[in-house]
Design a binder for this molecule. Sequence first.
Ligand code: F6P
Length: 349
Amino acid sequence: MAKYNSAMRIGMLTGGGDCPGLNAVIRAVVRKGTMFYGDSVLGFLEGWRGVVENRSMALDLDSIAGIIHRGGTILRTSRTNPQRDPQGLERVRETFEREKLDALIAIGGDDTLGVARWISDQGLPVVGVPKTIDNDLSGTDLCFGFDTAVGIATEAIDRLHSTAEAHNRVMVVEVMGREAGWIATYAGIAGGADVVLIPEKPFNLAEVCELLKRRHARGKYFSIVVVAEGATEVGGTETSGGGPTDEFGHARLGGVSNRLAEQIEQHTGYETRVVILGHTQRGGTPTAFDRVLATRYGVQAIDMAHRGEFGRMASLRGQTLTSVPLSEAIGRNRKVGDELYAMASVFFG
Ligand code: F6P
């Protein structure tokens, strides 16, 4: 344990889809690492690609100045999967040796942390930081970036209310959420949506139309439907946005709202429009809440490295930062529970 109390050589990367708060994590790791422990920190560029190709930048106090409020990631990101490369592990090992890394902090979701676990199982010292805009990573209660995305989606819903009302329209708003409908549920509740459709609860089109008709029957002449991109009809499949699958085998989702809107219009006769929020939910400045959460995760990650807590991920349990084995974080999603969805549905129709 003694060696972890002295200055270390730390590598860091951001992998997978970006989300607001990544720069706050980077800043926190570098600030505490350099100023408190005397570490030197190396940032690998574009996720695992930077480790495999050994492309990096030195991260010092200057490089992290003025980034806490910036979206994206100064290290950039990618969905590169070294497990697909027969030489992947060897190249990762070579980079660890060449750069004399004592630890690598991997900031990412299921895929990025799956690779982290793989290299950890090979004996390399890795610490994970949970990141997904979908907020569905197991092993932690909350991911930074989610609060920002919910704020953006809620603001969009607020704005759509007035135009929906002016035109007597149904607005179908599609938000992110591949496997879990956290953004849809939270933004739906906050924005006063009339129906919220999520992957956890396959929907029945006739029931959706009934809810809208019930609402219109009590004198309302417009409605807002929020749908997560991964929502499906009962017995149906996810709607693909086209294009190739990524290196982890995920199809690009998107467009469930188009068919839904078509069907609503056909079955109810209400004029219906679609708004797909897409990457606007991941862009721009993080909320104050996300900056604080991301900063806490970054400080926890560098402390974990110095405690020698490898093969584990920083985790928020209740209000407390702790850590869990990487294996607890990957391979399954944290879903919206029945109780929360039932509460949201009180306001449907
Ligand atoms: O996994 C997070 C996520 O934002 C999903 O909600 C979405 O389906 C996907 O990433 C989009 O990925 P990309 O940025 O590669 O288009």
